[in-house]
Design a protein around this ligand. Structure first.
Ligand code: MN
Length: 500
């Protein structure tokens, strides 16, 4: 069973009529077998759809046009089994608006040393057919992923899957609607940005709503639905007896459940995939949503605090990309440091960390919230699961967007944090805090990020290329002098690439 239920990628093989029907029959059969192999493989999370071999400009154009208009097709894998003269591809590639991957594989793995003849050479000539095709991609300045190797290997299939997931993320980005309750936190710079520019580049729409609109949805929630929701909490989380024996805490929990159900109704009715709110805009509400936001994130919604729609979008996109994979994705904030033998970051937020990243079953507790608004808010408490992770931040540089990625190693905290009333994750950024934080700051990365243990750096590389967005990566190899030069060179490149 594929993790992606509806989305598909198409598999298109290029050739030409020159070889005659016998070779073309073999080409078609081999392509079908590759597609079958991909669909049988548990390494590839999306259905691959076989398309008949294209042999002329007209056929190539037609399949590109069909891919554009097929709602479920998120991208196209192109493979040249034989030579496919690349001028034939110009009209089609000009037309193609979905991402494409150039799969540079060959049907047969090993050479049949004793039997090889010219017939074999003419049938299995991806080695040069794909180079001719590669030229036209480069000549036309087309961003694409090139995957090289035998199609049956885990490594090739993993790269295909990374790209399929990125294409699903890109598809989500094109269709995503983000609801914004209230506005930006006053005076905060990095969470601002040009929503028109974002929609042109990433496709997603950002729509603002007043708290009155949201309160209408919250106030419409029925009492028995709230009761059913409390039962759900009791089955999913660790809840101490003292909570249920305290009338006041039960009341706070019921109010939170009401917020969650109202918010969910509002988002579902408006077909929103992500939302933002702000603790400074809560008129008419019983408090800043805590548990409610955590649960909505766990159910797949993107979220950004303090009006941060760029991070909300990225959290949602990464949740879509990561479906079916082990590991969660959350809104996150670099909060406080632990300087020591290995410098560490304790990431958290006021309330809103997604339980999909938790190391163990979360505890549900009611605590006083003191930032901006003072009230008691139910929230889930846990620490993040140890293991590799990434933080991703999208910023608006005024003339373009930049995506910043830092690879991390999340670790188990050396001690409990009994007095910390919020969920958190403790990590060691690569290559170390000293270089990672300096690079992040030079790049202008936000204090907010989309944190994930399901998404790899390669997923984000593929996504950024599909979006045509700048991406800078901070990993084990990063050196500050080189990194600063990369930022300077990128400024020139993206300035020129944008044109007038
Ligand atoms: Mn924040």
């Amino acid at each position: 069973m594929k993790a992606f239920k509806q989305k598909q990628v198409w598999f298109v093989t290029g050739s030409q009529d020159l070889y005659g029907p016998k070779v073309l029959e073999q080409v078609a059969k081999n392509s079908e077998q590759i597609v079958h192999g991909f669909n049988q493989s548990d390494a590839i999370s999306m259905e691959v759809v076989y398309k008949p071999t294209v042999k002329s400009p007209r056929e190539i154009y037609a399949v590109c046009q069909a891919a554009n208009s097929d709602e479920n097709c998120v991208g196209v894998i192109l493979w040249m089994h034989t030579f496919s003269p690349a001028k034939m591809w110009i009209a089609g590639l000009n037309e193609l608006s979905k991402p494409f991957m150039h799969l540079h594989t060959q049907f047969n793995a090993e050479l049949p040393w004793a039997d090889i003849n010219m017939n074999y050479m003419n049938t299995h000539q991806s080695a040069h057919g794909c180079r001719e095709f590669g030229y036209i991609g480069t000549r036309m300045r087309k961003e694409r992923k090139v995957v090289v190797g035998h199609w049956q290997t885990r490594d090739v299939q993993a790269q295909v899957d990374d790209w399929c997931r990125a294409a699903a993320g890109w598809n989500e980005s094109q269709n995503l609607r983000i609801a914004r309750f209230g506005d930006n936190m006053r005076q905060v710079a990095v969470t601002e940005g040009d929503k028109v520019a974002a929609q042109i580049q990433f496709g997603y729409e950002v729509h603002a709503y007043s708290l009155g609109d949201l309160n209408d949805a919250i106030n419409a929630v029925a009492d028995n639905d709230i009761t059913a929701q409390i039962d759900r909490y009791a089955s999913e989380y660790v809840i101490g007896n003292e909570l249920f024996s305290d009338e006041y805490q039960v009341d706070r929990l019921r109010k939170e459940a009401k917020i969650e159900l109202g918010l969910a109704q509002f988002l579902n009715d408006g077909e929103f995939g992500a939302f933002t709110n702000c603790f400074e805009n809560l008129t008419g509400m019983t408090g800043l949503p805590g548990l409610a936001t955590q649960r909505l994130m766990a159910n797949g919604f993107g979220y950004g605090g303090e009006g941060d729609w760029k991070t909300a979008a990225m959290v949602r996109i990464m949740k879509v990309m990561g479906q079916g994979r082990v590991g969660g994705t959350s809104f996150m904030e670099d909060y406080t440091y632990n300087f020591g033998a290995t410098d560490q970051v304790l990431g958290a937020h006021m309330l809103e960390v997604c339980p999909s990243i938790a190391a163990a079953k979360p505890r549900l507790e009611v605590h006083r919230h003191t930032i901006g608004v003072r009230c008691d808010v139910p929230r889930l408490l846990f620490t993040g699961k140890a293991g590799p992770a990434i933080n991703v931040s999208t910023i608006d540089l005024g003339n373009r967007f930049r995506i910043i990625l830092n690879e991390l190693d999340t670790v188990t905290p050396p001690q409990d944090l009994p007095n910390l009333p919020v969920a958190s994750a403790l990590w060691e950024p690569r290559p170390n805090l000293s270089i990672a934080a300096a690079a992040w700051i030079h790049a202008g990365g936000a204090h907010h990020s989309a944190y994930s243990q399901a998404i790899s750096t390669d997923n984000i590389v593929d996504f950024a290329e599909m979006a045509g967005a700048e991406l800078v990566i901070i990993d084990a190899e990063t050196k500050i002098r080189q990194f600063k030069n990369e930022l300077r060179q990128n400024s020139v490149y993206y300035g020129l690439a944008r044109g007038l």
